[in-house]
Design a protein around this ligand. Sequence first.
Ligand SMILES: NC(=[NH2+])NCCC[C@H](N)C(=O)O
Ligand SMILES: [Mn+2]
Ligand SMILES: [Mn+2]
Length: 299
Amino acid sequence: MKKSIAIIGVPMDLGQMRRGVDMGPSAIRYAGVVERLENLNLEIEDLGDIEIGSADRNANSENNLKNLKAVADANVLLASKVDGVFREGKFPLIFGGDHSIAIGSIAGVAKHFNNLGVIWYDAHGDLNTAETSPSGNIHGMSLAVSLGLGDQSLTSIGGYAPKIKPENIVIIGARSLDEGERKLIKEKGIKVYTMHEIDRLGMTAVMDEAIHYLKERTDGVHLSLDLDGLDPHDAPGVGTPVNGGISYRESHLAMEMLEESKLITSAEFVEVNPILDERNKTAEVAVALMGSLFGEKLL
Ligand SMILES: NC(=[NH2+])NCCC[C@H](N)C(=O)O
Ligand SMILES: [Mn+2]
Ligand SMILES: [Mn+2]
């Protein structure tokens, strides 16, 4: 049977403060994602973009949760859209938008599994809560929210919490963690491959371990790929770049190994910011990685 993929764009930029990341879905489409995946003999349906409400950016939060209402509303919509795609037996492929959209993606997907796993490919942990966040930006909180930690208007999306268990998470590429995030990682025993492990063991061993680890304990895995997981040299169009990241080659290898593993049941590519990009390079990298994730081969 032909694998059927449904694309959902989420032009969200309210989870952080830099303008432009709302144009990520357009940039990724412009980089030719539909044609690229159709060439792999996949059936692609582009469902267009979720509607994002406006928020008064100056009316900021005393509670250290910027644009909370608008971010929550958009994620409610996204969760039900993703849920619908899943019910139709299709693979949800979501384009961000900032990383706060993982709240809705995971809420929509997790109810279809007893033990959803998550690969969080990112320079950051996104494990802050309002209490620990240095910025109040919700894109730095989405993984914590999926663990049931944070404001109730976010954790309750989809009508249940938590969405995932700490032991079903693997973070890959971390190199910038806040104090509270480090504490939470230790407390919950979250598996993290920092850049140190990637340098030391190599991406092959890291992915082998991560795949094996998730295969043993999960019945589906959501890939949440923040383009800032890659080195800014390879993916310059992101709002919170951190030097010393995962290379383009290593990322392709990671996607190829995930494809071989047949582990991934939904995916999102986030934080592409065309205003900060160089001639759409980062969107093109995202599309190239999707190619590998869905089985592109040279020979
Ligand atoms: N999805 C992202 N790019 N997150 C960056 C988060 C940065 C920082 N840890 C914060 O909480 O504000
Ligand atoms: Mn990040
Ligand atoms: Mn992130």
